[in-house]
Design a protein around this ligand. Structure first.
Ligand code: ATP
Length: 278
């Protein structure tokens, strides 16, 4: 196994050792889709570059349709790959061997917006974990099911529940636990709280923050909610029509936006209120 794909035990000193290694480097990525109505091809992601180091928390914000999810899926090798270079833990997704790709895949885990839609309705929490363990025996042997649930602040009794017996917040915690089981070096959270009651949104964000701190995993947060981004991320890329129009530390971009679109976004988004509170 290449050095860069070696294991990092959550909470271990390895987490600190890997800080500042690039986990994900996206260079000049272009992803095209075909418009379903007109049939025209358009650039959903247009020459986007970004880098996420170990332990870093980076946000991609923009209004609906700006290309955030397409970028995240391409960057983790799950969606249309497109053109340009994507390096996950130093391996170019364009040239990596199938064998190394199989080893790399678990290193990037995605948590989606709709937790119930992400879980198999016919599987209990326990059997869902068992299926993942069957796919990656060595990788997942570091923790028991009950300990895993404890990491996401869920009681062990929930192991025998089915998705429809879980609240939205509990289901999202199960999704996060499933990601955590793989000991990923990168967690992509695509609008992880958008589908949840306001009362549990903060808990889920706290959990993501905690996981990042204890495991050293990098976090790529996709969101349209600036308040969410502000509470979790160090830096932000603002996307507009497939392009990154502004990037920088959250504090700087939100307090002193340079791009007109960023300014509009700040004015239109509920999270913009935070500027007034400062
Ligand atoms: N598989 C696909 N085929 C065709 N068009 C697509 C496909 N996936 C996304 N699109 C289109 O590409 C554009 C970017 O979509 P994307 O989902 O990446 O944006 P987004 O910023 O994540 O938006 P949202 O927050 O609504 O998910 C949109 O116009 C969308 O309709």
């Amino acid at each position: 196994m290449p050095d860069s794909v070696q294991k990092v035990m959550p909470g271990s000193s390895d987490a600190a050792r890997h800080r500042r290694d690039p986990v994900l480097v996206v260079d000049n990525l272009v992803v095209e889709h075909r418009n379903r109505t007109t049939g025209e091809v358009f650039r959903a992601v247009d020459r986007v570059s970004l880098r996420i180091d170990a332990g870093e928390s980076v946000a991609v914000v923009g209004e609906s349709g700006s290309g955030k999810t397409t970028l995240a899926m391409a960057a983790t090798g799950l969606g249309t790959r497109g053109e340009g270079d994507i390096r996950l833990l130093g391996h170019s997704l364009a040239t990596v061997s199938r064998r190394d790709l199989r080893r790399l895949r678990p290193e990037a885990q995605v948590v989606f917006q709709d937790p119930h839609g992400s879980l198999d309705p016919r599987q209990s929490v326990r059997s869902g974990f068992a299926e993942l363990r069957g796919l990656q025996r060595e990788r997942t042997s570091w923790i028991t099911d009950a300990e895993l649930l404890a990491r996401v602040r869920l009681a062990p009794e929930l192991l025998d529940r089915f998705p429809h017996q879980l609240s939205g917040g509990q289901a999202q915690r199960v999704c996060i636990a499933r990601a955590l089981l793989m000991r990923p070096r990168l967690i992509v959270a695509d609008e992880p709280t958008s589908g949840l009651d306001v009362s549990v949104q903060a808990d889920v964000l706290n959990l993501l923050r905690e996981i990042r701190a204890t495991t050293g995993a990098a976090l790529l947060m996709i969101s349209h909610d600036l308040a969410v981004v502000r509470s979790v991320c160090d830096s932000v890329h603002v996307m507009f029509r497939g392009r990154v129009v502004e990037s920088g530390p959250c504090e700087k971009v939100f307090a002193d936006p340079q791009d007109d679109y960023t300014r509009e976004l700040l004015a239109a988004m509920p999270g913009a209120r935070w500027r007034a509170r400062r």
